[in-house]
Design a protein around this ligand. Structure first.
Ligand SMILES: *[C@@H]1O[C@H](CO)[C@@H](O)[C@H](O)[C@H]1NC(C)=O
Ligand SMILES: *[C@@H]1O[C@H](CO)[C@@H](O)[C@H](O)[C@H]1NC(C)=O
Ligand SMILES: *[C@@H]1O[C@H](CO)[C@@H](O)[C@H](O)[C@H]1NC(C)=O
Ligand SMILES: *[C@@H]1O[C@H](CO)[C@@H](O)[C@H](O)[C@H]1NC(C)=O
Ligand SMILES: *[C@@H]1O[C@H](CO)[C@@H](O)[C@H](O)[C@H]1NC(C)=O
Ligand SMILES: *[C@@H]1O[C@H](CO)[C@@H](O)[C@H](O)[C@H]1NC(C)=O
Length: 415
């Protein structure tokens, strides 16, 4: 990759004060947004899948090719994989076109790994894999966007059956009745326990993380068939973070990288003693990059990702928003674990996509930006979250490729 790691002062300014509020939207949403509940009954048109419904060649893609290494190709014939207006589960935060974004090219890029093609996403195959199962995506608002993307990728294929969405805070649950499959989003910005876990009693600026406690959350992860974890931006507010590691009155400031590593170890211990690798699968998402400073890709400019309509070109690009130190900490912890956890290394591929963020075509604190705020992208542009359809769809295509791989053997021996 050959890119320099960000200096400390750059990391220090990663998420300016004004941007911190962006991160809270999701949790407010869990409570305020109207619940969509769609009940549809059409002619049963279910395809029937024989035992070996996963193709061996598609199942082997991720074992034979580094799917994270590649480039974006313009492909308006097959992208986007679903339409913004035809997915009823998208929240206002991500519906950029509806919120006034004038360009739409950001929806037309397909990820092409250098040495292979990604398997074609097939919603019914995924639902068959998830039959009688629960898949849970755990993390912050970035992870919620990935969950929304996943729900949109499959929901239009559920015909002749029922689908519904319901809330059980801190969870949002999509249920495909015919397959008895649940796809759950679980709000938990630090993975371990923190004072940001609850919508009504949480503070954005006075973050406090309990590095050695995870039980409050992990009891909801028990027995879940596919677990996908993500945690990053909430850590990156300052170079140090207030945390406890032991008695709850012993609060001190920890170096963020060290704190992150300690939290990861707490999490890893839980995974090792509670996950059965014969039946359960665990994934960990690498950081979702931000594009807060346009001088990083266009030297001399002084803006952010607003107005960007094309991906960054070239073999690699690395902005200061993606902490190599934290990525290294995750990789170290995963390598030492007794259970295989797949590291979904989506940072580099997403780094190219300076054009994919919601900028001013989004909401803050549950409200769409006003005309005045929209006219001030420097202060109100969100270069952290992503529009849908968009970049998180690709993360899910890759996750799908891994699920084909992970479940191929299981289905071909037991069904
Ligand atoms: C796809 O892109 C090509 C080249 O830019 C353009 O000519 C064509 O009209 C586009 N098709 C659609 C469906 O947008
Ligand atoms: C945090 O600790 C790491 C080593 O674990 C060090 O490389 C890094 O510079 C420290 N960061 C700060 C802000 O002190
Ligand atoms: C940690 O907490 C103390 C006491 O509330 C506060 O003064 C300090 O600014 C906090 N540090 C960070 C990094 O938030
Ligand atoms: C964004 O693009 C429009 C049209 O090209 C231009 O008028 C405007 O000045 C640009 N704004 C910024 C902040 O770059
Ligand atoms: C993740 O991808 C980056 C960029 O492609 C690479 O430098 C890094 O080594 C990868 N990390 C792991 C743990 O594979
Ligand atoms: C982890 O996965 C690798 C490659 O698929 C395999 O060789 C190894 O035995 C697995 N380790 C454990 C502990 O299951």
């Amino acid at each position: 990759m050959g890119s320099p790691s960000p200096s400390r002062s750059q990391v220090l300014s990663l998420f300016p004060f004004a941007l911190a509020s962006i991160l809270t939207i999701g949790i407010v949403k869990l409570y305020l947004e109207n619940s969509h509940s769609v009940r549809i009954r059409l002619h049963p048109a279910r395809r029937s899948y024989p035992a070996g419904f996963i193709s061996p060649s598609e199942a082997s893609v991720v074992s034979q090719c580094n799917v994270f290494d590649g480039r974006w190709v313009f492909d308006n014939a097959t992208r986007p994989l679903y339409r913004e207006q035809s997915c009823p589960y998208l929240t206002k935060q991500v519906t950029c076109r509806k919120n006034g974004r004038p360009d739409s090219l950001y929806q037309n890029w397909r990820w092409k790994p250098n040495d292979c093609e990604l398997p074609k996403f097939d919603a019914i195959t995924l639902l068959e894999i998830l039959r009688d199962k629960t898949m849970m995506l755990i993390g912050d608002s970035i992870q919620r966007t990935q969950w929304e993307s996943l729900v949109c990728l499959i929901q239009s294929s559920i015909i002749g059956g029922r689908k519904s969405l319901y809330r059980d805070p801190p969870m949002k649950i999509f249920y495909a009745e015919e397959f008895n499959a649940k796809i759950v989003f679980y709000w938990n910005p630090f993975i371990v326990e923190s004072n940001s876990d609850h919508a009504l009693k949480h503070t954005v600026y006075k973050r406090l993380v309990n590095l050695d406690s995870v039980e409050k959350h992990s009891k909801h992860w028990k027995g879940v068939d596919v677990l996908v974890f993500e945690s990053y931006v909430w850590w990156m507010y300052k170079p140090v973070i207030n945390a406890t590691n032991g008695p709850s009155h012993q609060i001190q400031e920890y170096n963020v990288t060290n704190a992150y590593r300690m939290a990861m170890k707490t999490w890893a211990n839980w995974i090792e003693s509670n996950v059965d690798p014969r039946t359960q699968r665990v994934f960990f998402m690498s950081p979702s990059p931000t594009h807060l400073w346009s001088w990083e890709w266009r030297p001399g400019s002084d803006e952010n990702c607003f107005n960007e309509t094309h991906p960054i070109e070239g073999r690699s690009y690395w902005g200061t928003g993606s902490s190599i130190e934290i990525m290294g900490a995750v990789a170290d912890v995963l390598r030492e674990m007794k259970i295989n956890v797949t590291y979904m290394n989506i940072t580099q591929l997403s780094e190219f996509r300076k054009d994919g963020h919601t900028t001013v075509y989004t909401e803050r604190r549950g409200k769409l930006l006003t005309k005045e705020q929209k006219a001030d992208p420097k202060n109100y542009g969100d270069c952290i979250h992503w529009c849908l359809p968009g970049v998180p769809d690709t993360w899910n295509e890759i996750l799908y490729a891994y699920l084909l791989h992970e479940f191929y053997h299981l289905f071909n021996t037991t069904r």
